[in-house]
Write a protein that binds this ligand. Sequence first.
Ligand SMILES: Nc1ncnc2c1ncn2[C@@H]1O[C@H](COP(=O)(O)OP(=O)(O)OP(=O)(O)O)[C@@H](O)[C@H]1O
Length: 280
Amino acid sequence: MTKPHLELTGVGIDFPTPKGPFRALDTVNLKIREGEFVSLIGHSGCGKSTVLNIVAGLHQATRGGVVLDGREVNEPGPERAVVFQNHSLLPWLTAWENVQLAVKRVFGKTMTKHEMKDWITHNLELVHMGHAMHKRPSEISGGMKQRVGIARALAMQPKVLLMDEPFGALDALTRAHLQDSLMDIQAQLGNTVIMITHDVDEAVLLSDRIVMMTNGPSATIGEVLDVNLARPRDRIALADDSEYNRLRSQVLTFLYEKQRKIEPIGSRSTASPKKASEVA
Ligand SMILES: Nc1ncnc2c1ncn2[C@@H]1O[C@H](COP(=O)(O)OP(=O)(O)OP(=O)(O)O)[C@@H](O)[C@H]1O
């Protein structure tokens, strides 16, 4: 077998709490190929963001570790760009300037000013933000802000794109547009992507593999599902595709039968109603 691009081996983490250490993750093992699109799915609080944060270098594993192209990950780095649910753009800068900040940090010493200018514009055009690149975050929609966040991450030319529910705060139509854009961009650039999602349809539509996590504490990988649907993928055609529906029901079975989560009455937030295929 060829050497894996990104490898998580025996990853576990204990968070200190006033009641003693809380074992959030235990023995997470995962090998990811270059250019692979992997989704992480599991019930709320199982540890998806913690896995992503360990790969990003934002958290240190208590046990085990992460290796990217032969180098151990123990701090954040531009080769692992993160896109969060809430864009995290600086509000006083335009879309262009937000991307510029990241580009200067990564390529300030290797690109000329002119090259950087072209590169920033190119990445904003890639996410269809060419027409609004001089607007500030307050002047653009939520979907547009997420596009800028993705452009900023891509402009760093990361080996791995880490996405924590990137479309979770968007309405269904905007989400669908952005999913399609992300599929196009990944087909063009071949980035390795790890994406957290609560949306089963999104996981099946976008992924090469779906990693399904068990409930915590001591959460780990329960099952991994290969998604061998041909690309490019068309959401409308797939709605009637038997393989698509088989994969979808396998994820739902894992979540709602094998890892069924019984929540105390009244514990569910009413802030954002979820559709039937979204995980609580
Ligand atoms: N810094 C921390 N200190 C203590 N406990 C933590 C810390 N960060 C996360 N946890 C706990 O670890 C567990 C996993 O949290 P995490 O945010 O990774 O879950 P998640 O699957 O991403 O959840 P969600 O889907 O709701 O975003 C949870 O029980 C959470 O309360």
